[in-house]
Design a protein around this ligand. Structure first.
Ligand SMILES: C[S@@+](CC[C@H](N)C(=O)[O-])C[C@H]1O[C@@H](n2cnc3c(N)ncnc32)[C@H](O)[C@@H]1O
Length: 305
C-alpha cells in the first residue's frame, strides 16, 4: 500500500470481489453479450502464427481457410493436437471433449481435420452454445452443451481427449477443473490445454502439475512469441482482423468495452499496446488486481494415468 487513497481503493475492490458463482455469472454474461454480435466463423482467441504449423495444416487440408480467415486461430487449435500419439486414422474411434468451446468454431474446425467418432463442445455461455448448436452441430458426431468446466455433465471415463483453448484463466477453481478432466478421461486418455498465464496462474499451474497424480505431463511448448506475432499482425492497419471487426454490428457498449479498433479483444495488451479500456482499468487499479500482467502463453499436454 503506498498511500491512504490507494489503500482505500484496494479495500473497496476487495469488498467487491465476487465469489465463484458470481464470477461465473459475470463471465457467462460477458460471453453471451459477445455472442450476440459475433459473426459466423468467429473464434474467440488471440491466435498464433507459426509457419511450420501452417505448412502442416495446409498439407492436411490444402487451402483450408479459403481466404475466409487469417488462419491464426485455426493454428492455435491445431497446436492442441501437437504431441498426441494419434494418427489421423486413430481419431475415427476417439471421443473428444472441448471445455470452453465458445461458439464452437474451433472444435468444428478440428473435426474437419481429424474426424473423431464423437466431438462435444461445452461452454458456460448459453448464447454461444445456442449459436453453435444451431449452426455447426452435426448430430452425435458434433454437439454442443451448456455447462461449467468445474462440474462437467459427463460420465467417468467418457472421453479419449479433452482440449481447452484460452479458457481456463477464467475459472475460479482450476484444480477442480483438472480433477473433472481426470474423471471424464479414460485411463491413457489425453488432456491438452493452451492458455495465457500471469505469474500467479503460472505458479498455480506448476503446483497442480505436481500435486495431481492423475496426469503425466508429456509435452510443453511456450508459444508466447507465436501468439504475439498473431496479435501484432491483427493489430496492423488494414489487417483481416481489423476489417472484420469494422464490419461487425456491435452495440455501442461493446465498442466502448472493446476499445478503438478492437485492441482489447485481440489481446493487444499482451504485446504492450494499451487500448483505452486497459488504460482505464490500470488507472482504477482493476486490471492488475483481477487479471494480473500476462507473462506467457503455453501449451501443455498430459496423459491420464
Ligand atoms: C477466450 S474464450 C475462448 C473460446 C474458444 N475456446 C476459442 O478459442 O475461440 C473463453 C471461453 O471460455 C468460456 N468459459 C469461461 N468460464 C467457463 C466455465 N467455468 N465453464 C465453461 N466455459 C467457460 C467462455 O464462455 C468463453 O467461451
Amino acid at each position: 500500500m503506498t498511500n491512504g487513497n490507494a489503500a482505500t481503493g484496494l479495500r473497496d475492490l476487495n469488498a467487491g470481489i465476487p465469489d465463484a458463482d458470481q464470477l461465473k455469472g459475470a463471465v457467462s454474461a460477458v460471453y453471451d453479450d459477445v455472442a450476440s454480435w459475433s459473426r459466423t466463423g468467429d473464434f474467440w482467441n488471440w491466435g498464433m502464427h507459426c509457419p511450420d504449423l501452417l505448412n502442416e495444416l495446409n498439407g492436411l487440408r490444402p487451402n483450408f481457410n479459403a481466404g475466409v480467415s487469417d488462419t491464426f486461430s485455426e493454428q492455435l487449435y491445431f497446436q492442441t493436437l501437437r504431441g498426441l500419439p494419434h494418427t489421423k486414422n486413430d481419431f475415427r474411434t476417439l471421443k473428444v471433449l472441448e471445455v470452453g468451446c465458445g461458439m464452437g468454431e474451433g472444435l468444428n474446425f478440428l473435426t474437419r481435420l481429424v474426424d473423431p467418432a464423437r466431438a462435444v463442445g461445452l461452454d458456460i455461455s448459453k448464447s454461444a452454445i445456442d449459436r453453435a448448436s444451431a449452426i455447426l452441430a452435426r448430430g452425435d458426431r458434433l454437439s454442443y452443451v451448456e455447462g461449467d468446466a468445474e462440474r462437467l455433465p459427463f460420465e467417468d471415463g467418457e472421453f479419449d481427449l479433452v482440449i481447452n483453448v484460452e479458457s481456463s484463466h477464467n475459472y475460479p477453481d482450476v484444480e477442480r477443473f483438472f480433477r473433472e478432466v481426470a474423471r471424464v478421461l479414460k485411463p491413457g486418455g489425453h488432456f491438452s490445454v493452451i492458455d495465457v498465464f500471469d505469474p500467479r496462474s503460472s505458479v498455480r499451474f506448476g503446483k497442480l502439475q505436481q500435486e495431481i497424480s492423475d496426469f503425466e505431463w508429456i509435452h510443453e511448448r511456450d508459444v508466447t512469441e507465436n501468439v504475439k506475432s498473431s496479435i501484432r499482425q491483427r493489430m496492423a492497419p488494414g489487417s483481416f482482423f481489423r476489417k472484420e471487426y469494422a464490419r461487425k454490428q456491435m452495440p455501442l457498449r461493446a465498442r466502448i468495452i472493446g476499445g478503438l479498433g478492437g485492441a482489447h479483444y485481440a489481446g493487444a495488451d499482451f504485446i504492450g499496446h494499451k487500448d483505452a479500456l486497459s488504460k482505464v482499468l490500470e488507472i482504477a487499479r482493476i486490471r492488475t488486481k483481477f487479471v494480473g500482467e500476462y507473462e506467457s502463453y503455453r501449451h501443455h499436454l498430459a496423459r491420464r494415468a
